[in-house]
Design a protein around this ligand. Structure first.
Ligand code: ATP
Ligand code: MG
Length: 139
């Protein structure tokens, strides 16, 4: 299978709790190459746009509050089968349902504060990477 890319964010709870290093270690150990990475702080407009697909859902306001309350780490990752393998590495949206050893099982507190984001398709990986990294970034 061709090498391809996914996009991730270590969400504000991961940064607050000091889990950046531990989570990046899991990502590297699973065979992902970090091709772009930065710490940034999403504005309300950024979070509303990033999660626009959920704007009719009852948790949307809470999600936007959560994603903007502190800095995140955004990264583009490369690996064969990147999108699916990364979703497997992070585990289910609700950490209570996440498999043993997954990032959400280890580091997420709840469905609403679930430590990491992972793109759900190749198309969204490209859109989300473009959202966070400008065309001037070299990678
Ligand atoms: P992400 O897109 O962040 O990787 P996901 O794809 O596993 O997560 P989505 O269904 O896309 O899950 O939901 C986006 C985010 O919205 C979740 O990661 C979580 O933070 C929040 N969320 C989803 N469902 C709920 C819910 N029922 N209650 C509270 N927050 C929720
Ligand atoms: Mg999602």
């Amino acid at each position: 299978m061709a090498t391809n890319r996914t996009f991730t964010m270590l969400k504000p709870d991961s940064v607050e709790k000091g889990y950046i290093g531990a989570i990046l270690e899991k990502i590297n150990a699973a065979g992902f190459r970090i091709v772009a990475m930065k710490m940034t702080h999403m504005t309300t407009a950024d979070a509303q746009e990033f999660y626009a697909v959920h704007n009719e859902r009852p948790f949307y306001g809470e999600l936007v509050e959560y994603m903007t309350r502190g800095p995140i780490v955004a990264a583009i990752l490369e690996k064969e089968n990147a999108v699916d393998d990364f979703r497997a590495l992070i585990g289910a949206t609700n950490p209570a349902d996440a498999a043993e050893g997954t990032i959400r099982k280890l580091y997420a507190a709840s469905m609403g504060e679930n430590a990491v984001h992972g793109s759900d398709s190749d198309e969204n990986a490209a859109i989300e990477g473009f959202f966070h990294f400008s065309g001037r970034d070299q990678f």
